[in-house]
Design a protein around this ligand. Structure first.
Ligand code: DQA
Length: 150
């Protein structure tokens, strides 16, 4: 049976490709989604992808994932730094979840060093550019496979 994974992108990530390329690279969100779709197919994963700039829509997406998915890969964008609503949604979903960031948030401004979402997810990947997503998905599939073992 294929694992179902929800891939959620937060605010301003729709601008990838032209947004601050020194931090985020030149790969567009469409290209990341295409790479993730290919990877998901290779691993036999059913992937649903969603992006929003709105906090409430992201909370809804996490709640939807809780009713459908086996796990979540999320780049919360700036909301990760301060959205208790998103943190609470992830905690309530209680699914294996990998938080990803394209940039190395620990090497940037101090307000980016911490995310309020990190304590309620399984783990985080940061600083690997679009490959953070790839690592997040591969790790999540491994975690789901481990869980399935007797
Ligand atoms: C980001 C890092 C955040 O600090 C920032 O607000 C983003 C993108 C990243 O992927 O590196 O929007 O999540």
């Amino acid at each position: 049976m294929a694992y179902k994974i929800s891939l959620i992108h937060g605010p301003n990530l729709n601008l990838l490709g032209k947004r601050e390329p020194a931090h985020y690279g030149t790969v567009t969100l469409g290209e990341i989604d295409a790479r993730m779709a290919r990877l998901a197919e290779e691993r036999g994963v059913q992937l649903r992808t969603f992006q929003s700039n709105s906090e409430g829509a992201l909370v809804d997406a996490v709640q939807d994932a809780a009713g459908w998915a086996d796990g979540i890969v999320i780049n919360p964008g700036a909301y990760g730094h301060y959205s208790y609503a998103l943190r609470d949604a992830l905690a309530a979903a209680n699914l294996p979840t990998v938080e990803v960031h394209l940039s190395n948030i620990h090497a940037r401004e101090e307000f980016r060093h911490k995310t309020v979402t990190a304590p309620v997810v399984t783990g985080c990947v940061a600083g690997l550019g679009w490959r953070s997503y790839e690592c997040g998905l591969v790790a999540l599939v491994g975690i789901l496979q481990d869980k399935g073992r007797p």
